[in-house]
Design a protein. Structure first.
Length: 665
């Protein structure tokens, strides 16, 4: 938000708070300088309507009411005001345990507007003095990514009850079709975001996975009502678990494809060819299982069902076709955008309001300390204080403007009575915390804490605007298959006890035994990890919990490494001097892979895809990655690695193009 817009909005807000009788639109136009400068009536009306809606979006309750007029339907007498009682955040107080879960809930969101909203909400509660200091939840740090391009548009549609249309890739044949939907809710489970709503063309409730949306989301006209008994949490609970759709019969090379083998059972009635093992594996989504099978290349073959074998074959053929195309021309550049902190257009004014509330409640607070509290530079803080100087009650004379002083290194703010109390949480701010707390209820070892329920109850009571909306967004962080290991790792991290694990290393397709010291447990993209000191590597490493095949305590205690950072890791990849550098071509739809692999140099290609330079501890994982995505990921450099990947794909295709099951090794 520009400083001029922030100044205009703040002056409008103060004016609407200042007089109980409010102001007419024409009175506001005469009072506030930027409105007087509008080039005409239409320009002023557009500007005023935008400002009014911006304030409402920030949670400011701008009221419209009729003035006394001669005629019943006379609209010229409308007046505008803000009720101070509805504007101000109710008095709240959270215990240390409740403050800890609120903080954890606010950190849940990654790469989404909900993350910014949650940070603002916790800052406002902190400014009000509602949060108590206390120990954080030791060893637990879940995260939810919202990398799907359609997420933000779908969230707005859900909250505004706006019908939408989009192209959707069918899980059956992979072909996109246009869908018209009334969005009812958004939810995250199994690491994926889902949209639930009424399919207008089919006349029934349907669920869509956001990663299969292949176009921009377009708003349609009209609005709708959501069934009273609808909750997104119920939709998530009704989603098929990964093994509930059917059973596949696979042939696996001995001691290979361990990620498939560990979840499968021996196919007792099958008679596998020499050099193969026959197993049965339950699955919920043909396309998801096809990705995993394709990543094992010639070491795994689908005997049945036919649709699963066809899905694997389609991926292998697509991957090889893309790999053998002429490579594009590109020039990689350093990605300078990633370290920057994006600020939403409605973030500046809430920060100013929180700043006034904080300083007036703590006069003489140090300048540098305040900048750290608001996560901005001292220079930006001074800009904010300077902006306050030109804002105040209508008239804007010396005795009507806000006064701010900081010359001696401490801050004082006077003459700001209208805005010296914290503003009520906006819908997205309250929703981000409420949904975050509800998501934490599904975390093994955390959801049972009484502080979760009491914090959620207090928040819902104080944020009336979110009532009825919090059931439309949900996240399920449960880890049914890994729950025993997850709880054991949490306990080991809290008690600082070493554990021994049998661990599947995907890059080598082998199971190893490790002794580790769990430091914390966290979740990313639907998978749970432990960050731990690995005795074998003599370094901190991340281990995925669902790749652990056994876990036992050693009886030994440990002390955390002195140099360990308390910050959440930006990437699951730890750079090493021995890493290999490769360049991948990544489709526009899968562009977030570049972030997941911590790409530092990139180039946008003519077709919208991305060339990204990444570092890998071994290139052994590349062929499986390429096969998994069926042509949407291609190895460009080094040339020998690209050739090895093509040879790997051809070998896998030889088995799948045969009319019958493959024979001996």
């Amino acid at each position: 938000m520009s400083a001029s817009k922030t100044e205009r909005l703040l002056n409008l807000l103060i004016a609407l708070l200042e007089r109980r009788r409010g102001y007419s639109k024409e009175e506001l136009r005469a009072l506030i300088p930027p409105y007087r400068e509008a080039t005409g009536d239409d320009a002023f009306n557009r500007l005023f309507e935008r400002d009014k809606e911006d304030l409402r979006e920030m949670g400011v309750p701008v009221e419209t009411f009729p003035d006394d007029t001669l005629y019943e339907n006379d609209q010229s007498g409308l007046r505008y005001r803000i009720d101070r009682h509805k504007y101000r955040l109710p008095e709240l107080q959270f215990s240390p345990q409740e403050s800890a879960v609120l903080s954890l809930a606010s950190r849940l969101w990654q790469q989404a507007s909900l993350g910014s909203a949650a940070a603002r909400a916790v800052r406002r509660l902190d400014v009000q003095g509602a949060l108590a200091e206390g120990d954080p939840l030791i060893g637990v740090e879940p995260r939810i990514r919202t990398a799907e391009p359609a997420f933000e548009a779908m969230l707005k549609a859900v909250l505004a009850h706006t019908p939408v249309s989009f192209d959707y890739r069918s899980p059956r044949d992979g072909q996109p079709q246009q869908r018209r939907v009334e969005p009812w809710g958004l939810g995250n489970r199994y690491g994926h975001w889902y949209l639930a709503g009424r399919d207008l063309d089919r006349g029934a409730q349907r669920t869509f996975r956001l990663s299969r949306v292949t176009s921009t989301v377009k708003k349609l006209s009209g609005t709708y009502s959501i069934p009273e008994d609808f909750t997104m949490r119920a939709v998530l609970a009704g989603l098929q678990a990964p093994q509930d759709h059917g059973t596949a019969v696979l042939l696996l090379r001995p001691d290979k494809a361990n990620s498939l083998r560990s979840a499968a059972t021996v196919a007792e009635t099958a008679r596998p060819p020499a050099g193969w093992d026959a197993v049965e594996l339950g699955y919920g989504d043909v396309e998801v299982l096809a990705e995993e099978i394709a990543s094992h290349g010639a070491n795994a073959w689908v005997q049945e069902p036919d649709e699963l074998r066809a899905a694997v074959l389609r991926r292998l053929e697509g991957a090889l076709a893309a790999a053998t195309e002429a490579p594009p021309s590109y020039s990689l550049k350093e990605d300078t955008s990633r370290p920057s902190r994006k600020t939403g257009s409605l973030d500046h004014l809430p920060r100013l309001l929180d700043l006034v509330s904080y300083v007036t409640a703590n006069p003489g607070v140090p300048l540098a300390e305040t900048a750290r509290k608001f996560d901005i530079s001292t220079a930006q803080l001074i800009k904010d204080l300077n902006l306050l100087f030109v804002c105040g009650t209508p008239g804007y004379g010396p005795d009507q403007l806000i006064e701010a002083f900081w010359e001696d290194g401490t801050i004082s703010i006077n003459n700001a009575d209208e805005i010296d109390k914290p503003v009520r949480l906006s819908l997205d701010e309250a929703l981000s915390l409420v949904v975050g707390l509800q998501a934490l209820e599904t975390v093994p070892g955390v959801g049972e804490q009484p502080a979760l329920r009491s914090a959620l109850s207090k928040l819902l009571a104080a944020a009336g605007g979110v009532a009825g909306r919090h059931t439309a967004v949900a996240a399920d962080l449960a880890a049914e298959e890994s729950a025993p290991e997850l709880l054991a790792l949490q306990e080991a991290a809290a008690a600082r006890r070493s554990v021994e694990i049998e661990y599947l290393v995907p890059s080598r397709d082998e199971i190893t035994t490790r002794t580790i010291d769990p430091l914390r447990v966290f979740a990313v993209d639907g998978h749970w990890y432990t960050e731990a000191w690995c005795h074998r590597q003599q370094a901190v490493r991340q281990f995925r919990v669902d790749r652990m095949r056994a876990l036992t305590e050693t009886g030994e205690h440990f002390e955390p490494p002195a140099e360990r950072s308390s910050e959440f890791p930006d990437s699951l990849f730890t750079p090493q001097e021995t890493d290999q550098v490769v360049v991948l071509k990544i489709s526009e739809r899968l562009a977030e892979l570049a972030d997941q692999y911590n790409a530092r140099r990139r180039a946008v290609l003519e077709d919208g895809s991305l060339a990204a330079e990444i570092r890998l501890s071994t290139t052994a994982v590349l062929a499986g990655l390429v096969a998994r995505h069926g042509g949407e990921v291609v190895v460009l450099e080094p040339a020998d690695v690209a050739q090895q990947t093509q040879a790997w794909l051809r070998q896998a295709l030889e088995a799948y193009r045969a009319a019958a099951a493959p024979t001996g090794g």
